[in-house]
Write a protein that binds this ligand. Structure first.
Ligand SMILES: C[S@@+](CC[C@H](N)C(=O)[O-])C[C@H]1O[C@@H](n2cnc3c(N)ncnc32)[C@H](O)[C@@H]1O
Length: 394
């Protein structure tokens, strides 16, 4: 547990799921800079936080926790604080961090990136997301709720704020400038232009899949902006689609980390008796998977769609097949932890005899983890870049 010292007070914060060995903090210099600015501790006066205050893209709830703890002096007593996130893990972290710091969960209205945003926004605070597409989509959705007196401030690390980021604020909100950098973070100030002619929102994006990838060849996939590889088919996914297990009969199949749902939809088309469960920690991924599945399967095809953390919500010994292309972020610690959680979850959720199929970059060495967990791991096939691995629960 780390202590986040801000102008608004000190807060004990963790990421989610909480892991005592976790070294990564639940905030960064971009959160700190924004909080200092709002409090009036930079060279500008404090920002009045009144009316509806929306925090978009708060990673682990550091902003929502700090601002809501500050009632009634900082955040006006009557102000309504809303957090909008695409991440299930971020939302759970926010909940836990609020409670940990003595703030009732109800102090923040938690919305997902797929729910209707507030109709009027007086202050919009944007933690610039890693995905420019998600920022584009979310600004499109929120901009109509801004008025000419709304305050719009973005924050991010300098490595996350590009000309294309600022162009989005210009195009979708209004005139935009940036602050000086502090501890490698920067603020973005946009002034809402009430007569701005905004381009149409390009999201969701639908495109036809190529031929030669099994049952989903030529089918159309739906991608909301927050989805992994939203504008093209990932090459690892393509490889898995070409080598899916041939199974028939009534069985329960999980598309774990489903993204746009293309893998689970292929499994359902190959085995119409299968019952699918699509899981992702991105709300927009889960919505995309549902759209992809519904558009390509018969009305009686059975599936559930769940925003969650790996297989945490799936009962033990209840699943016959798990299909998985694990997340691989640039941050190695995060990568390993997520893949490991998915594999251990699969080991628990599979019935004896059930199988986990994983596609991964050869160099990630997933076979070592799988062999350790399952006591077996077979390479189904491979190419110079990827391997498909199969582990059976004994
Ligand atoms: C490499 S992508 C694969 C997406 C899709 N299956 C495909 O092949 O195109 C990994 C997915 O795992 C999801 N993910 C990451 N951490 C997760 C978690 N803890 N629980 C569930 N899904 C997670 C990501 O949002 C992402 O959609």
């Amino acid at each position: 547990m780390n202590c986040f010292t801000t102008s608004w007070g000190e807060f004990r914060l963790t990421r989610f799921p909480e892991d005592p060995r976790e070294q990564l903090r639940a905030w960064d210099a971009a959160d700190e800079y924004l909080l200092r600015h709002l409090h009036g501790d930079t060279d500008a006066p404090a920002v009045p936080l009144t009316g509806t205050v929306v925090v978009l893209g708060d990673r682990w709830g550091a902003l929502a926790t700090a601002l809501s703890s500050a009632r009634p002096d900082g955040l006006g007593q009557a102000a309504r604080l809303v957090q909008i996130t695409d991440s299930y893990l971020g939302r759970q972290a926010t909940r836990a961090n609020l409670v940990r710091n003595g703030v009732p969960e109800t102090a923040v209205h938690l919305l997902t990136s797929t729910e209707a945003p507030p109709e009027r926004i007086d202050v919009l605070l944007v933690r610039v997301p890693k995905s420019l597409a998600l920022l584009e989509d979310q600004l499109h959705r929120l901009a109509p709720a801004l008025h000419q007196d709304s305050v719009v401030i973005g924050t991010g690390m300098v490595t996350e704020i590009h000309n294309s980021t600022l162009r989005l604020f210009e195009q979708l909100v209004g005139p935009t400038r940036t602050s000086l950098a502090a501890k490698k973070a920067r603020l973005i100030f946009s002034t809402p232009d009430p007569v701005l002619a905004r381009p149409a929102n390009p999201w969701p994006l639908r495109y036809p899949l190529p031929e030669g990838i099994g049952p989903v060849s030529g089918r159309t996939v739906t991608n909301l902006a927050g989805v992994f590889c939203a504008d093209r088919l990932d090459i690892g996914t393509r490889f898995l689609l070409q080598h899916l297990p041939a199974r028939q009969g009534p069985e329960r199949v999980v598309d774990l980390g489903c993204g746009n749902g293309v893998v689970g939809t292929a499994a359902a088309l190959a085995n119409p008796q299968a019952e699918l469960l699509f899981i992702d920690e991105s709300f927009q991924a889960v919505a995309s998977a549902e759209a992809t599945f519904r558009a390509n399967t018969a009305p009686e095809a059975r599936a559930e769609f769940l925003a969650g953390d790996a297989l945490a919500a799936v009962p033990t010994d209840s699943v016959d097949l798990v299909l998985n292309n694990p997340p691989f972020h640039s941050h190695q610690a995060t990568t390993d932890a997520s893949a490991w959680r998915m594999f251990t979850g699969a080991r628990r959720a599979l019935r004896p005899g059930g199988e986990l199929w994983v596609v991964g970059n050869r160099h990630l060495g997933y076979h070592v983890k799988l062999r350790r967990l399952f006591g077996n791991c077979q390479t189904v096939t491979g190419n110079p870049k990827f391997v498909i691995l199969r582990a059976v629960k004994r």
